[in-house]
Ligand binder design. Structure first.
Ligand code: CP3
Length: 478
């Protein structure tokens, strides 16, 4: 197996290694498992501090029929938080649980491989194999991406790390957004915080869609309350020629380190992301946020050759950038096409879609779920549904049952209006349940219909997470 290189997953030691280590870890689990199933299940009731539907009585399985041993993680976490004598007692009974053993073994082997400069991809396969063999990680997000059965509807929020959090605001008093992004410790902390505070089912790497553009030669600044502002907009062939290809191993080594750290810290899947070519192009051409996208559309219509070269340059960069994130440990990829809704269906079809198809097809080799999200793009939905993705993200404008009719068996991600969190609690809860009902016809990942707004209360988001987890169980049955 290749050493010292970060290689594309899917080549060499991909599944066989993971499967091998699952097999290795499995007997450990049965030999060392402490505590019977009832005990573990009841522990979860105590851990969560309330009785959950489907959790009562003896020998009941968690909602949706998941594996009770998956709760080991929750118990370990509670032990670390050091609360409750009864939980301490349970923890002692479970102290030899193979999950912990396999987890530790996974980390030890991973560290050893890191020391010996094995490829990042290979390392993750081994560590994941050991850890999955030992216990079930919280993978309902990835299962839903793949269209598999889950115990309840998974949920995460776009922009789940940001100014609505007092901890983030405190950090931003002394650090800029980029200071956080390039410091692996801070990036790991900011990425993990919403997972630990809200109990969401996935983390998204803390970064920005502009980050890979800096190293290729774009001079930009992210202005508070405005967004990215580019010093020298790209309007001619000469502007474009000044850009150089991305070399992630040298240009973005901080990100590789951040991803490795985050994967060590959190027990939910990590989503990597990139801006989609149209949205990135719009910032590059306009020089900042825009209402009409006048210059972008002007280039599209008047200089097809320059448009093609710009879109190809961005497409190459996106593939390189996304591949780096997966090789470092990201387990899913989301392409943000925030401003694609500004295009007519016809223009989207010829000027944007071919590049998306090419990018997404190349990303298929990475074997991670691909999510495509566009805002205000109801009129594009039919053509978006035909993109080679596992998950289609939708904003709040369309009811999910209508979306379902168009996208068929693909997973839907969305779609609470981000301003709904300011509605009275009862209204918010009803709307959340309605979205769950509308999403029932197929795999659904709950999210907002765009990012979390800075004025949002963290406690309200936590309520949404709890309602989705509780009522999402019904969706799984319905
Ligand atoms: O979702 C997450 O928690 C991950 C972090 C993330 C950020 N930006 C951090 C950030 C993600 C996924 C993005 C993507 C992004 N950035 C998009 C696509 C998604 C979308 O919301 O449409 C776009 C269009 C951008 C460009 C951008 N960067 C904008 C419009 C802004 C907001 C400007 C403002 O002040 O309101 C940014 C800055 C930015 N990126 C913030 C965060 C948390 C704002 C907070 C800050 O300045 O500290």
């Amino acid at each position: 197996m290749a050493r010292g290189s970060v290689r594309a997953p899917g080549t060499g030691c991909y599944h066989p290694v993971r499967v091998g280590f699952v097999v290795l870890a499995w007997p450990l689990r049965t030999n060392f498992s402490g505590g019977d199933r009832n005990e573990t299940t009841r522990a979860t009731i105590a851990v969560n501090g309330k009785r959950r539907k489907g959790f009562t009585g003896r020998d009941r399985r968690p909602p949706g029929g998941g594996n009770p041993t998956a709760t080991t993680l929750e118990i370990v976490r509670v032990k670390w938080q050091g609360i409750g004598r009864e939980r301490e007692r349970l923890m002692r009974r479970l102290s030899l649980d193979s999950g912990i053993l396999a987890w530790a073994l996974g980390i030890a082997v991973g560290e050893w491989m890191l020391w010996h400069r094995w490829s990042a991809d290979c390392r993750w396969q081994v560590m994941e194999g050991l850890q999955l063999g030992g216990f079930q990680v919280t993978d309902r997000f990835l299962r839903a991406c793949r269209g598999e059965k889950t115990d309840t509807v998974p949920i995460w929020f776009m922009r789940q790390a940001g100014r609505y959090q007092p901890e983030y605001r405190a950090l931003r008093r002394t650090k800029s957004l980029m200071d956080i992004v390039i410091d692996p410790d801070l990036c790991c902390q900011v990425t993990s915080l919403p997972v630990e505070q809200l109990g969401v089912d996935a983390a998204i790497l803390f970064s920005d869609i502009m980050v890979p553009l800096g190293p290729i030669g774009v001079d930009y600044e992210i202005k508070e309350g405005i967004g990215p502002v580019v010093a020298q907009p790209i309007r001619s062939g000469a502007d474009l020629a000044a850009l150089r290809p991305l070399n992630p191993r040298t240009d973005l080594s901080f990100m590789i380190e951040s991803i490795i750290k985050i994967r060590r810290r959190i027990s939910v899947p990590l989503i990597g992301f990139s801006g989609a070519p149209f949205t990135l192009a719009s910032y590059l051409i306009e020089g900042g946020p825009s209402r009409q996208y006048l210059e972008t559309k002007r280039m599209m219509w008047s200089d097809g050759e320059l448009w093609r070269r710009l879109m190809e340059t961005l497409s190459d960069m996106i593939v390189t950038y996304a591949r780096m994130q997966v090789e470092a440990g990201a387990q899913a990829l989301q392409l943000f096409d925030s401003w694609a809704g500004a295009l007519s269906l016809e223009d989207y079809r010829w000027a944007v879609k071919p590049y998306l198809e090419q990018i997404l097809t190349e990303l298929s080799a990475l074997k991670v779920p691909r999510i495509y999200f566009a805002v205000g793009a109801g009129h594009l939905l039919e053509t978006v549904a035909s993109l080679p993705v596992e998950v289609v993200g939708v904003d709040w404008r369309q009811p999910l049952d209508q979306v379902r009719k168009v996208i068929g068996s693909k997973t839907i991600q969305g779609n609470l209006d981000p301003t709904m969190v300011f509605a009275p609690g009862r209204v918010l809860e009803e709307k959340t349940k309605e979205i769950l009902r509308q999403g029932r016809g197929g795999p659904h990942i709950f999210n907002l219909g765009h990012g979390v707004l800075p004025m949002t209360e963290a406690t309200t988001l936590k309520t949404v997470v709890d309602v989705v987890h509780e009522y999402g169980v019904e969706s799984m049955r319905g």
